[in-house]
Ligand binder design. Sequence first.
Ligand code: CA
Length: 223
Amino acid sequence: MHTWLVVACAALLATLAAAQKPGRFLSLPVPQKCANRPKEFFYRGHNYFYSGHVPELAKRKVDWLDGRNICREYCMDLVSMETQEENNLIFKLIQQNDVPYIWTSGRLCDFKGCESRKDLEPKNIFGWFWSANREKMAPTNQIPNGWGYNPWSQTGHKKQRQPDNAEFDINGTSESCMSVLNNVYNDGIAWHDVACYHEKPVVCEDSEELLNYVASTNPGIRL
Ligand SMILES: [Ca+2]
């Protein structure tokens, strides 16, 4: 075996051993699933669905990465709410269906590669982005441009505005993933930073990147 392969295998095994579950990687899209993906509603060129409304997913609650992977197999990703109009649609879905909480693609840039980014400091204000398209979020302590309200909750476990990284004080786990919670803190429907291992249903949104990839590698496929 070539030396580089041994090194690569060792690194892979180390990664697997370090992960809580084996196979902690992003999934590739499955062309057949992309072609037959659930389409609950359509907004500005993208399809969306709530996992609770898809029979084969209805009972599933998953951690954040598994949530991304459920969506990615359908050429989708966890939902990203870049505008108030889109956020209102997701809030309405949650309200009308009495959904307790969902995962979104919102993520704190606190992993390898984020360390030297002065523009992301302090992280709790400037370090949030949408992982589905890698777009940066507005500073968390401000009303985003073009919005009429700040979608982050004004309260939480510590009775402080979000993101508050509250679980870190309890067990040392960072709240690095973004969830929409439905009135968990008597605060209505609002954004919260939550530790990524928690298990929740998901809202998936079309990923242009994955749809384009599958379209270009599967001539004639209807997506
Ligand atoms: Ca929190």
